[in-house]
Design a protein around this ligand. Structure first.
Ligand code: ADP
Ligand code: MG
Length: 363
């Protein structure tokens, strides 16, 4: 078919209706586009729907995951140093491998850059990626480099490994299991709001210096997150295998829903048990934000949310970096946050879409 005929054929086949992507949201869009995709190879053990795909490579499983960062959507170079951006872009990928109870081993790095960036700027960015890879012992094994009309795009793919018997999915939480989370939540979001606030102040009056005093922790959590390799190492050391696991990239609410929906269970999570750092509580108070909302719907904490069998409670209790925040219920009980006053509040899929509803393409 000639090019002209082809374009004509495309034109007449185009449906007259246009469905706005904002009606679907990120997860609705992924579900829609990937509906009915089934693996053709027995080696594709787990495809779409977890933190990483699981491929049978013989003795062990390989894990693969990709994350795309887009300037103006995921980061703002007005306050994100390029070295931090490189570090974070790598670490958020490692986090998805730890969420499968695995070990990241290699990454490939795709970048699209406009001529607004100097060589020195990109060296800084790469210094961040290199630093993360040194720290987490991951090799940079390839990538792709191209130009962009505007802005910087970064797409990193990570490959990891896990012993077959150790792999942990989102979909295997069982009724009566305990729900646990590492570290603390909400800080990265509070840090982001603070950076946004100080940027606005600076734009209004460039003579004003940013007032970030006392908030090093939330700012560091936003700009230079770490992935929880230490928690996965603790599981191994103590012979614990979580029954389900996910990393907290979109907020506790969204991740609880992922675990519960894919496992076919419900949950009760206690507001008073959600770990929130004291500097984050102070910062949230100063900005009139409920710290629980920052933890539930903020995201980018890169902590591990996991479920364990009750028999592992005694062992997990000794992990200083882990909090037990609730338990798994039957599906009929629903998914609830039990407030400090004892009220059961249904957990809804607000995650990031609700927080950023004006920018409805912000995945
Ligand atoms: P995470 O937050 O852990 O990075 P995502 O929410 O981005 O995971 O993705 C959820 C699942 O959907 C993953 O299994 C991912 O591989 C898959 N996925 C995301 N976007 C696409 C796409 N465009 N096509 C196919 N699969 C996708
Ligand atoms: Mg993830």
């Amino acid at each position: 078919m000639s090019y002209q005929m082809f374009t004509f054929a495309v034109m007449i086949e185009q449906k007259p209706t246009h469905t706005s992507l904002s009606e679907l949201g990120e997860f609705g869009l992924i579900d829609h586009l990937t509906a009915g995709i089934a693996p053709q190879h027995a080696s594709s053990v787990k495809g779409i729907g977890d933190d990483a795909a699981v491929i049978d490579t013989g003795d062990a499983y390989s894990l693969i995951s990709t994350d795309l960062l887009n300037e103006g959507i995921h980061f703002d170079l007005a306050y994100v140093p390029l070295k931090h951006l490189g570090y974070k872009a790598a670490v958020v990928n490692f986090s998805d491998i730890y969420a499968m109870n695995g070990t990241p081993k290699q990454i490939t790095v795709g970048i699209a850059v406009s001529n607004r960036f100097s060589l020195e700027a990109l060296e800084e960015f790469y210094a961040g990626i290199r630093l993360a890879c040194e720290k987490y012992q991951v090799d940079i094994v390839g990538g792709d480099t191209t130009s962009s009309r505007a802005g910087l795009f970064v797409s990193i793919t990570v490959v990891g490994t896990v012993e077959k018997q150790d792999v942990v999915y989102r979909s295997t939480a069982g009724e009566h299991d305990l729900i646990c989370v590492s570290g603390d939540l909400g800080s990265a979001y509070a840090g982001l709001l603070l950076l946004e606030r100080e940027k606005a102040v600076f734009l209004a009056d460039p003579n004003m210096q940013p007032d970030l005093e006392g908030y090093d922790y939330p700012i560091e959590r936003q700009l230079k997150p770490e992935a929880r390799r230490d928690i996965v190492a603790l599981f191994k050391e103590h012979g614990i295998k979580p029954t389900a696991m996910i990393d907290v990239s979109d907020g506790l609410a969204s991740e609880l829903l992922h675990i519960c929906k894919s496992s076919g269970v419900g949950c009760s999570v206690y507001e008073e048990k959600i770990p929130i750092d004291i500097s984050t509580i102070t910062l949230c108070d100063s900005m009139n934000i409920d710290p629980t909302t920052a933890a539930m719907n903020g995201g980018e904490d890169y902590e591990l949310l996991f479920t364990i069998s009750q028999r592992d409670y005694e062992a997990i209790r000794k992990f200083q970096e882990v909090s037990v925040i609730g338990h798994v219920m039957d599906a009929g009980s629903g998914m609830n946050l039990i407030s400090r006053s004892g009220q059961a509040i249904p957990i809804t899929a607000q995650g990031w879409d609700a927080l950023r509803e004006e920018e409805n393409l912000d995945f």
